[in-house]
Design a protein around this ligand. Sequence first.
Ligand code: CO
Length: 136
Amino acid sequence: MLPYNIHHTAIAVSDLDRTLEYYATNFKIRPISIETIDDQGVREAMIALGGSHIQLLEPLHPDTPVGRFLAKHGEGLHHIAFAVTDIDTAVAHLREQGVSLIDEVPRRGGGGHRIAFVHPRDHNGTLIELVEVHDG
Ligand code: CO
């Protein structure tokens, strides 16, 4: 139930294609996936790096969570995702502890994973995402 790894570190970007070009040119790494997630209002790319990933998030519109984040903070660190094996138990435990959950019920995220966001106010201003992973 407890987090056992950093599943990904997410960066908000204004131009995903240009950012991917930067990673390809300077680090010789290419995304393992690029997908549009309509209910989060983002186009996202995953870059595999060691046992973890960098997730690049581009808003589909200014009036989306990532669009509003960019308007307020500019590009930069958006959230850190913890891998958990049982997200239902993890969410129930955090709720019991009085931690502020953005998602009271896990939902479907990128890669088909079940995810839940935890409010940044309980994490020193950093948005945390839980990602359920079964294959390690
Ligand atoms: Co994420």
